[in-house]
Ligand binder design. Structure first.
Ligand code: CA
Length: 672
């Protein structure tokens, strides 16, 4: 090594060892520690799990139009506040619905701006441009740590008479170990895809790709999953990075970068919304940013079982009625029959089908306003209600932000128009709406989601979003919020044989580890048709088995599930499959990871009331043959085992084990 290079190397080493951070807060069980320090004026944190580094020293801070809060900061150590944050809630829309307890240890650090002059002009010291020269506190960083999760957020403080600020950039960084493997979905280029509606979180997840790419150049959407492999399997780490608590007061963020495992928060892209609207955040002071969350474990269990997304947020308004009574299964004709099926007679046939299945709802998709009309929708709603079925109506969110032509449009983007429409919906007994084709993650769009939800609650209307952003704690923040698409969903099975061929890998064995961890997911699947076509004989062919379809009804979670079933399935699908689809719950009380690896296979368990459902799918080329240890089942009891295209009663062994097989593209379900 040349002398000069060596000296630089030593300096770098010294700088690294000089960041002698201290553990500022640990999890209740002491296994997770967060280090924090301000080094050379720059705030830095790191995260340790069982003595191993999960997040290496990573910068924090905000760049605002009041000043640069990523540097020239000092830590007012004596002001550090430590405490607890714990509580209990019950929310039937979540994967852990009932009587849910949470416990976090907390630390709030206060940062002040060093008032030292940093630039010289005409030989005289000048305050840095854009810096208001305040030497009081400018910002707090709050950490919360549970036994699974680390979360942090910023509070920007009022400064003198300044009570409004623009946040131009967030420097929050997540430096994962450089040997990490990634499972995450690239952010799309803005104004691409169908009718220039992207980004809407509809790209394929990476399958254990090394760090170092930046997606298509625009980073990755949340949540982002990392595996840190280790020769000693017990020391492997799984890390899920996401965010929660985002509403109209912020933008939806993503992860950028990836060089050597260094990912940082990115704001929306300038081109979103056809270029309209800023990429930055407008905030009233004092103001909080959303929470950045990091969930860690030695297996994916902590990831799949985490509830951090909801633990850290509060309801923004009380529910105007008990929406959970109307959660349940539903049907939609569009996934098999497309636009032409949105006519009165076909919707009536689907209402009869929904009633025959004992389902709660039917989603009437796009173009109902022209193909059925408002008067006959009222008639259809009356007919549906006479059969115990409620209707969801589809709307275009547009607006001006993309070219999506489907109507009804120009309603959900206007408070006056949508309140008038929602009043009508309330009068004719509509259960909910599905609003599609939103335009990116800029602050005005996040405000639009919040406004639609808030208005809909006034009229007792539930909301599903499609062609949309990731929900970020919304199940708890907005009581009438149901679910979002924000994923490559079942429509792609209709559109593409290639997508069908990889369904098990890209959906069934991937989404339970990633997208569905942090929010209810409107996938719209569990098809029992052989083909995605109304006559069930042509078009995209389903390559997954019938038991796979049943398994995903358990693996994919949303309190309202619109399944891709069709009336012909009453006669052409196996009886055991139809009977299962009649009884599978959509409300869950507990979730347990059993085994699996993203993109290869998953086996997990959900409890509804006192009944456990264990479900698995296999995307690997070789079949899975395993003896599962299932501590939730009673030894010696008899369960129903859905396997190899049949259902059989099987005895659980005394040691609480059950032998299973899952073929390629197949599934397994065990029901108590
Ligand atoms: Ca979509």
């Amino acid at each position: 090594m040349k002398m000069k290079k060596y000296a630089a190397f030593c300096l770098a080493l010294m700088a690294m060892t000089a960041v002698k951070a201290e553990v500022i807060v640990s999890s209740p069980d002491g296994r997770i520690g967060v280090d924090f320090d301000v080094k050379d004026g720059k705030p830095v944190y790191s995260v340790i799990y069982d003595g191993q580094v999960a997040i290496e020293p990573s910068p924090l801070g905000l760049r605002t139009n009041m000043g640069d809060y990523t540097q020239d900061l000092k830590w007012d150590k004596e002001k550090t506040a430590k405490g607890d944050y714990s509580g209990n809630y019950a929310l039937a829309s979540l994967k852990e619905g009932q009587d849910h307890n949470f416990e976090f240890k907390t630390a709030i650090v206060q940062l002040s701006k060093n008032a030292r002059p940093v630039a010289q002009e005409n030989g005289r010291p000048q305050a840095r441009r854009g810096d208001r020269g305040n030497n009081g506190p400018v910002m707090n960083i709050e950490f919360r740590v549970s036994n699974r999760d680390v979360a942090f957020r910023y509070t920007v403080l009022t400064q003198g008479d300044t009570r409004s600020c623009v946040i131009r950039e967030e420097a929050s960084t997540f430096q994962v170990p450089s040997n990490s493997l990634t499972f995450m979905a690239p952010q799309s280029n803005p104004m691409t895809g169908f009718a220039r509606t992207a980004p809407s979180y509809e790209t394929k997840f990476t399958l254990g790709e090394p760090v170092g790419k930046n997606g298509y150049g625009n980073g990755y959407v949340f949540p982002c999953l990392f595996e840190v492999p280790n020769a000693d399997k017990a020391k492997a780490l799984w890390i899920l990075v996401s965010e929660t608590g985002t509403d109209g007061n912020y933008v939806g963020c993503r992860l950028l970068g990836g060089n050597g495992g260094e990912y940082r928060i990115g704001f929306p892209q300038e081109g979103e919304l056809n270029g309209w609207g800023s990429t930055s955040v407008q905030m009233a002071l004092p103001g909080n940013t959303p929470w950045r969350t990091i969930t860690i474990g030695h297996t994916p269990a902590n990831i799949i079982e985490t509830t951090v997304t909801w633990d850290l947020v509060d309801a923004k308004y009380p529910a105007s009625k008990d929406y959970s009574k109307d959660y349940g299964k539903g049907m939609w004709s569009w996934i098999i029959g497309m636009d032409s099926s949105c006519n009165f007679d076909e919707q009536k046939r689907y209402i009869d089908f929904a009633a025959a299945m004992g389902y709660r709802s039917l989603l009437v998709d796009a173009l109902w306003d022209v193909q059925i009309g408002r008067e006959r929708i009222a008639e259809l709603s009356r007919y549906a209600q006479s059969k115990g079925v409620g209707l969801y109506l589809w709307y275009n969110s547009n607006g001006s932000w993309n070219d999506a032509p489907q109507s009804p449009k120009g309603i959900m983007n206007s408070s006056r128009e949508r309140r008038k429409e929602m009043k009508w919906m309330q009068e004719i007994g509509i259960l909910g709406i599905k609003v599609d084709f939103f335009g990116g993650d800029k602050q005005p769009v996040m405000q639009l989601y919040e406004d639609i939800l808030t208005d809909a609650n006034d009229f007792g209307i539930m909301c599903i979003f499609h062609g949309c952003t990731l929900p970020r704690g919304w199940e708890r923040m907005f009581p009438n919020y149901v679910a979002s698409e924000a994923i490559l969903a079942s429509e792609n099975l209709h559109f593409s044989q290639g997508f069908c061929d990889e369904e098990a890998r890209d959906c069934g064995a991937m989404y339970p580890f990633t997208r569905n961890v942090v929010g209810s997911m409107d996938f719209g699947g569990s098809a029992l048709n052989k083909y995605y076509n109304a006559d069930n004989s042509r078009g995209s062919r389903r390559v997954t088995s019938d038991v796979y379809a049943l398994a995903t009804a358990v693996l994919f979670q949303s309190p309202v599930q619109h399944f891709a079933l069709a009336p012909n399935n009453l006669t052409d699908a196996p009886e055991y499959a139809i009977d299962f689809m009649k009884t599978v719950p959509t409300k869950w009380d507990e979730v347990r990871f059993i085994d699996g690896y993203p993109g290869k296979y998953i086996i997990m368990a959900r409890r509804s009331g006192d009944k456990w459902y264990i479900a698995g799918v296999n995307a690997m080329e070789q079949p899975i043959k395993q003896t599962l240890t299932l501590p939730m089942l009673e030894g010696g009891s008899t369960i129903n085992l859905y396997m190899n295209d049949e259902v059989k009663p099987v005895k659980v062994s005394k040691k609480q084990t059950v032998k299973i097989e899952i073929p390629t593209n197949g599934g397994v379900v065990i029901v108590e």
